[in-house]
Write a protein that binds this ligand. Structure first.
Ligand code: HEC
Ligand code: HEC
Ligand SMILES: [Ca+2]
Ligand SMILES: [Ca+2]
Ligand SMILES: [Ca+2]
Length: 472
């Protein structure tokens, strides 16, 4: 493997102060920039694919072999095929609804990638959903459901069942200026619920809009040692850098115990299997052995009386194949990782403080089901911790230990390929950012000082940082 050291002069005089942690090379304002061993292998030696096409997120880990490789194909078909309402001749795929948001997993994770806000009111399955709750916690420390609508608004219903309701999004455009005079705009969304068919929402209902993420490398994130994640937490900001980072603790329905949360925008799910089973339940109305009840709120009689597709509707065997699939989707390799501008951008990423939350690399521990995920040096760019991102991004809806202003640091692997795969780059938890730069500019709260550093970069430095981010 090539290990290059490149020296590039960049005029950073104005920034020397904030570049405190850069490897600053002497008095002549030069930074030593080098590619690190294996950093292009984002998913480690076993689980990285070299593809940047529209299918880049859809490959199996190259090291997956034998029966597991065959089962990956089975899981793939369950992920992509439409579920249908019961009773149906396709017994292994019936039980959709009565209420649902999408008919397939891939309806929201199109090509295993990123969802987006709907383009027009009522656009089917774009990948955005609204979580609902009322103040307080349920018996497991999680969100308390709305009495009439439960914990999620399902905007579709099967034949003969009225959907719960619908929503529209109103964006307000905010014009801003960088210190160097360049202008930018951000759009602030507001959600208006309408056509509520099952009575009023609770007066103090809390609404959290979320899009589905690219689901590459999920098993690798699961294999990161809990102790390595907890070591990054700095709950009371002991080192006084303005950045804390807290673990979420969520309810594991399998173990019936509290566990570290890793998945979802608020690290609100502990494992791939629970994330998958709750997606079936909440997003598609499909029961499973961990979630055996139909997803109907108490007053929703039409939902309760609808025919089911078996008990449970997705068998343990099918669930397992989808979990295998999701766990083993490979991570695409970095592009241009050793190009000078990318290395310059990487240095800026580290120097201005992005890496304080977007932790570049981990070595996984032992994955107890899939050997190929164990002992891998991976580059996910997340600490999997919660950070207060300020009022601008707040949903004001707590989720287990996460407050209404906290979000999990989103992994940045695959970031530069979302556009090729999904044809858009709507980013952040609700897709409000229209590109990478807007996503950065929304960072507030703990990231406030880092965002200020970003704004104070020269135009060329900002461009280098973006070039680095698009190489992920
Ligand atoms: C209606 C849209 C929708 C459907 C259908 C859907 N998802 Fe998701 N998915 C989401 C959203 C939104 C999130 C983020 C959830 C959160 O923050 O609570 C998510 C998160 C995930 C994650 C975690 C990603 C991460 O980075 O932490 C996985 C894994 C996942 N979904 C798998 C699935 C599987 C498997 C299915 C089918 C059984 C499925 N999803 C169906 C919208 C959807
Ligand atoms: C205090 C922790 C923190 C710091 C510092 C931070 N981020 Fe983030 N980043 C987050 C969190 C949390 C999210 C998810 C926020 C949301 O979706 O509302 C995020 C989201 C993003 C996203 C959108 C990802 C996606 O897939 O939607 C990008 C891009 C990003 N960060 C880049 C950066 C860059 C570049 C920097 C440095 C200028 C930076 N971040 C600094 C915590 C941080
Ligand atoms: Ca059902
Ligand atoms: Ca509901
Ligand atoms: Ca700190």
């Amino acid at each position: 493997m090539r290990h290059r050291k490149i020296i590039i002069a960049i005029g950073l005089t104005a920034l020397v102060g904030v570049f405190a942690c850069a490897r600053y090379n002497g008095p002549d304002n030069r930074l030593v920039l080098s590619a690190e061993e294996g950093e292009q292998l984002a998913g480690g030696s076993n689980n990285t694919v070299f593809d940047q096409s529209t299918n880049a997120f859809g490959f199996s880990a190259p090291a997956l072999k034998g029966m597991d490789e065959l089962n990956f194909a089975v899981g793939n078909s369950f992920f992509k095929q439409n579920w249908v309402s019961a009773p149906a001749s396709a017994e292994s795929r019936d039980g959709l609804g009565p209420y649902f948001n999408a008919r397939t997993c891939s309806g929201c994770h199109f090509k295993d990638g990123r969802g987006r806000p709907p383009r027009f009111d009522g656009e089917e399955a774009s990948g955005l959903l609204l979580r609902l709750s009322i103040p307080g916690v349920n018996p497991y420390g999680g969100p308390r459901p709305d009495p009439n609508y439960g914990d999620q608004l399902q905007d579709r219903g099967i034949q003969g069942i009225t959907r719960e309701g619908n929503y529209s999004i109103v964006y307000t455009e905010i014009e801003k200026v960088f210190p160097d005079g360049e202008t930018y705009a951000l759009r602030q969304p507001e959600y208006v619920l309408n056509e509520l068919n099952y009575g009023p929402l609770s007066g103090d209902v809390q609404i959290s809009p979320r899009v589905g993420q690219q689901i590459i490398g999920m098993g690798l994130l699961e294999a990161i040692l809990e102790s390595d994640i907890l070591a990054l937490a700095d709950e009371n900001d002991a080192d006084k850098d303005g950045i804390s980072g807290r673990p979420n603790r969520v309810w594991d329905v399998f173990d019936q115990s509290e566990r570290l949360g890793r998945f979802g925008w608020k690290a609100n799910q502990p494992t791939v299997v629970q994330q998958t089973a709750s997606a079936f339940h909440g997003d598609m109305g499909i029961t499973s052995s961990p979630f055996p009840e139909q997803n109907c709120a108490d007053p929703q009689g039409d939902c309760q009386n609808a025919p089911d597709g078996g008990a449970p509707e997705v068998t343990d065997e099918s669930l397992e194949s989808i979990v295998l699939y999701v766990s083993n989707l490979a991570v695409p390799a970095r592009r241009d990782f050793d190009q000078p501008e990318v290395l310059q951008g990487k240095n800026i990423f580290n120097a201005i403080g992005c890496a304080k939350c977007h932790t570049p690399s981990f070595k996984t521990g032992i994955h107890d089901r899939f050997d190929n995920l164990s002992n891998q040096t991976i580059w996910p760019y997340t600490d999997l911790l919660l950070h207060d991102m300020g009022p601008g991004l707040a949903d004001n809806r707590p989720d287990f230990k996460a407050t209404g202003q906290e979000w999990r640091t989103q992994p940045l692997w695959g970031l530069g390929l979302i556009k090729s795969v999904n044809g858009h780059e709507f980013l952040l938890h609700d897709g409000r950012a229209r590109n990478v730069q807007e996503a950065i500019l929304w960072h507030g709260g703990e990231a406030e000082a880092v965002t200020r550093n970003f704004k104070n970069l020269s135009k060329a430095e900002r461009a280098a940082l973006l070039t680095f981010l698009y190489s992920l």
